[in-house]
Design a binder for this molecule. Structure first.
Ligand code: NDP
Length: 489
């Protein structure tokens, strides 16, 4: 397994520095074994990191776009060389399978460097005609300038990929960054920061501080931070939004995504998608299918297919290539999964498969007879459960799909273009997939949620918009003035 070679915990102004706060142990959720520790940063050290990022911004924003794109391309290659090492660290820290961690690194993280380099090279401003004066001499130019210091605060489930999006896009645009990773995944964060160091990004352009919630809170509260990109739970996101105030911010929060299976759906395809939607990463995805709505006329056949596929899933060691589901990352996730299952069963739902757990390892569970008054139907579970809800009409399915406070990702399965369009139009979710799992991500499409699932969108040009300030510059190119005094109207 990978070892940390950096000489400290925090990375500030281009130097690895011992954290100045409490030491936090990092445990492997599969074995309970301590695999390392990091020292948290106090507010003082967070302030130093922001000050270094602000100092670096003054020169970094003036570098040519070609230079920034070239550094991103170099980092892309270094990242690919280090995929195995970083993936193994992710698997050890958060319990996802090595295969999933590798896909996070190869398909997401490393690619962000390449895509950000392409996006900034092709990014265009605008020249507008004057719409106030009847002249052709007035020109209005619209440019987007890097916003400044970006605070990136990330969760543990995609511990590197999620943070890489704002950091890499920010750097490509001329911003600088301070990153506070999850307390459950600080070691893979250190390895990833080494990629920037190896690629030759200037000192202070990327900074890393560790710690629990208070370190993240100190970072957001720092007035030197110009933009906040936060990914995590709704409860924390609401606190971050209040503190971020008027600054640019993107909030990527929780979900309770519905997968809706209509009467004419391809059942095998819908069942495969439900397996991916409910059980990928043991259900610990913001885009997980947290509810599976199935038309009553096909529910029996759908359940039979889903149960057969669920029975084939293997729970176990994330380092075993045969494993489909590793352990749940934290005791809190296990506790919430148990609470939601117990509540549902007490209110009349039936467990058709799974339902048990061995320590942090939870069986993939199929739960039938779920209704709106159950916690599992309203809150984010984040565990490996497929809660099945029956419905009889499109209107009923749409009402159920929209009834929670969340609105991140939905999926609908149908062969009818008309029905697909109706659902796509009516679902209040930031993404609606037709005949594709909720856990499908397009890395160049806008990603984000409606309602309490967040604010703003990330990836590609949407990330560019979030991390830049739009400025108009107007020119009056008339060769001589009016000569009749100032225009006061
Ligand atoms: P949390 O909200 O608990 O934590 C997210 C990050 O915020 C962590 O780094 C955490 O530190 C930090 N933090 C905690 N308190 C504060 C604070 N007051 N101010 C600033 N930062 C703070 O989420 P989880 O880590 O448990 O992640 C799971 C959640 O993330 C789920 O709800 C999931 O749906 C959501 N998520 C959303 C995604 C999206 O794109 N919409 C993608 C992935 C996950 P620490 O870890 O030390 O507590």
């Amino acid at each position: 397994m990978a070892t940390i070679v950096s000489g400290g915990d925090a990375y500030i102004g281009g130097s690895w520095t011992e954290g100045d706060g409490e030491r936090i142990a990092v445990a492997n959720p599969a074995t309970g074994e301590q695999i390392g520790s990091v020292a948290a940063s106090t507010e003082l050290q967070v302030d130093a990191a922001v000050a270094e990022a602000a100092r670096a911004f003054e020169s970094w924003r003036r570098t040519s776009v070609l230079e920034r794109a070239e550094l991103c391309r170099r980092a892309h290659l270094i990242c690919l060389e280090r995929v195995d090492e970083i993936s193994e660290m992710i698997a050890a820290e958060v319990g996802k399978t090595v295969a999933s961690a590798r896909s996070e690194m190869e398909g997401g993280t490393a690619e962000h460097f390449r895509r950000a380099a392409e996006d900034v090279l092709r990014h265009r401003g605008q020249v507008l005609p004057s719409t106030m004066d009847m002249v052709t001499s007035k020109k209005v130019i619209v440019v987007q300038q890097p916003v400044g210091v970006v605070a990136a605060i990330s969760p543990w489930n995609f511990p590197v990929d999620i943070a890489a999006i704002p950091i890499v896009y920010g750097l490509a645009l001329g911003c600088t960054a301070v990153w506070k990773p999850s307390e459950h995944a600080p070691l893979c964060a250190q390895l990833f920061v080494e990629v920037f160091e190896q690629a030759g990004f200037p000192d202070g352009v990327v900074n890393l501080v560790h710690g629990r919630g208070e370190t993240g809170a100190a970072l957001v509260a720092n007035p030197g931070v110009d933009a906040v990109v936060f990914t995590g739970s709704v409860a924390t996101g609401e606190r971050v939004a209040r503190e971020a105030g008027l600054r640019n911010r993107v909030l990527e929060l929780g979900g309770n995504g519905p997968q809706i299976v209509l009467a004419d759906a391809d059942i095998e395809r819908a069942a495969d998608a439900a397996v991916r939607g409910c059980f990928y990463l043991a259900g610990q995805c913001c885009t997980a299918a947290e509810r599976v709505l199935v038309h009553e006329s096909i529910k029996g056949e759908f359940l039979e297919t889903l149960l057969a596929r669920t029975a084939r899933l293997r729970v176990g060691d994330p380092f075993d290539p045969e494993t489909d589901l590793g352990p749940l990352c934290t005791p809190e996730v296990l506790e919430r999964t148990r609470l939601h299952l117990d509540d549902a069963v007490a209110k009349g739902a039936r467990i058709l498969a799974g339902g048990g757990h061995d320590g942090q390892f939870h069986e993939p569970t199929v739960l039938d007879g779920v209704t709106s008054e159950m916690l599992i139907a309203q809150e984010e579970t984040f565990g490996p459960v497929a809660p099945i809800i029956g419905f009889r009409s499109n209107a009923e399915a749409i009402a159920i799909a929209n009834e929670t406070v969340y609105g991140l990702t939905a999926a609908v399965f149908t062969e009818s273009l008309v029905d697909a369009w109706e659902f796509a139009d009516e679902l209040r979710h930031g993404t609606v997939h037709v005949n594709e799992s909720t856990n499908y991500w397009d890395q160049l499409a806008p990603f984000g949620g409606m309602k309490k699932s967040g604010a703003g969108r990330e990836l590609s040009t949407w990330m560019v918009d979030a991390l830049t300030e739009t400025k108009q510059i107007s020119f009056d190119l008339a060769r001589s003035g009016r000569g009749s005094g100032p225009d006061m109207e």
